[in-house]
Design a protein around this ligand. Structure first.
Ligand SMILES: [Zn+2]
Length: 445
């Protein structure tokens, strides 16, 4: 038995010693008042900075020499256009291939609007649009900078993984009045954590949670509860970069929330951040499993089919009676009929899988993925060695499971127009994603 233990730990040490890792952060706090992202309706111009917001990157080089980079962001999301710019730079400037670049956003609702993300939400004056464009250019430059710096910082390191729990997330579909009480209360309160150490102290802590960053919705720039959690951890571990990954929080909110009372709401968001940070601290203080290499990366895509949209005649008939976002949505569909023949009948859906040796399967999905996907894939591939995150790539739409689609409501049905899609997905949505994930998990093994 003793012999086995020595061999076992010897192997683990050899596996972890093969990593080189580097971490970096770049401040993306706007220098001027900017339009705030994430909520439709009246444009909210920022009035103050509660705390800075960040891009953070972890570069990992395994013993095959391949470099992979995870970038997290205190942003609401990215668009296809933004992904194309960032990924092109990463490849051309830093030789990071697309499948080895994961771009996650915290889905922060207290950050500036960038490029064309959620473009149907907003109606900007030319001045506001110019502010947004200036900010977007800064963000592109910072993505380039943070990826480059993380790679430049590569040094021998050890990685470890474990999970904790935190009770902040509540299934928000149940919070919309009497009729919503029949909706399921599913949540994923796991807090997966990866630490990167080059000595005894962590240099990077990557932690995830499945919950909208919507404790706040005032006029300040901040990272919401995830920003507070990152700050708290960076205070506890001086010199460490804490990175938040949004998991499958499409149908979860931090609840309760306080609306219209900015200061009290900030205090509450801070408390949620402290709860999450405490869970991470307990994981880091406990025994974590060494994470071995190599890191095998697989990327592919499927197409999610949409139900039929509203006929052109009907759109034209109804549009004069509409204002605001519904009007912009209908005008968008009319333009699609005029330029494309009809609004597209499907949506591109990229999926990425990173397999860390035999120890961890990291599944990165696209868009506002609901909790069922996290629970499902952890059940399929292992509760103790699977991390599932949404909010990567394009913030394409809510991504309902078959259950959520059939139940209806905002995340399954009524939210689709806001993302420029003609109708809800068909009942093949979950099956299509599951098939692609399965294929890529096998490929990356
Ligand atoms: Zn959302």
């Amino acid at each position: 038995m003793k012999c086995f233990c020595i061999t076992f730990f010897g192997l683990c040490a050899a596996a972890s010693a093969a990593w080189q890792a580097g971490v970096a952060k770049a401040d993306i706090t706007p220098a001027e008042s900017v339009p705030l992202a994430g909520y439709g309706g009246k444009t909210r111009m920022s009035q103050r900075v509660e705390h800075p917001i960040w891009l953070k990157a972890l570069a990992l080089k395994d013993d095959s020499g391949a470099i992979s980079v995870l970038v997290t962001a205190d942003l609401v999301g990215l668009s296809d256009k933004m992904i194309a710019v960032i990924a092109k730079n990463a490849l051309e400037e830093h030789r990071v291939p697309r499948e080895r670049l994961i771009l996650n956003t915290s889905h922060n609702h207290s950050c500036p609007v960038t490029e064309d993300v959620l473009w149907l939400y907003y109606e900007f004056t030319p001045e506001e649009a110019a502010v947004k464009d200036r900010y977007t250019q800064m963000v592109y430059a910072k993505y380039d900078e943070v990826i480059g710096k993380a790679i430049a910082n590569l040094a021998p390191a050890e990685l470890a993984f474990e999970q904790g729990l935190a009770g902040v997330a509540v299934n928000r579909r149940r919070s919309r009045g009497a009729e919503s009480r029949a909706f399921g209360g599913q949540v994923d309160q796991d807090v997966p954590v990866i630490t990167m150490k080059t000595g005894t102290d962590p240099k990077a802590i990557v932690f995830g949670y499945s919950c909208h960053t919507t404790a706040l919705g005032g006029l300040s720039i901040n990272g919401d509860y995830a920003g507070f959690a990152q700050l708290e951890l960076e205070k506890s571990f001086p010199g460490c970069v804490a990175m938040f990954v949004q998991n499958c929080g499409g149908d979860a909110n931090p609840l309760p929330r306080i609306r219209g009372k900015d200061m009290e709401a900030t205090e509450l968001a801070g408390m949620y951040g402290k709860v999450l940070a405490e869970s991470v601290r307990q994981v880091v203080a406990g025994t974590m499993k060494p994470l071995g290499g190599p890191l095998r990366a697989a990327m592919g895509g499927t197409e999610l089919e949409l139900q039929p949209g509203i006929p052109l005649d009907e759109l034209k008939q109804r549009v004069p009676n509409l204002t605001g976002m519904p009007k912009r949505e209908f005008e968008h569909f009319i333009r699609q009929y005029e330029t494309l023949g009809s609004p597209p009948d499907r949506v591109k859906y990229p999926v990425q899988v990173w397999q860390f040796g035999p120890d961890l399967t990291f599944i990165a999905l696209t868009g506002e993925t609901v909790v069922d996907y996290s629970l499902k894939f952890k059940s399929t591939y292992g509760w103790n060695n699977t991390w599932v995150c949404g909010y990567n790539n394009d913030l394409t739409s809510y991504v309902p499971s078959l259950r959520v689609l059939k139940e209806g409501g905002y995340e399954g049905v009524t939210g689709m127009f806001e993302y420029g899609h003609r109708a809800p997905y068909t009942e093949t949505v979950e099956e299509r994603i599951t098939t692609k994930v399965d294929e890529l998990v096998k490929k990356a093994k």
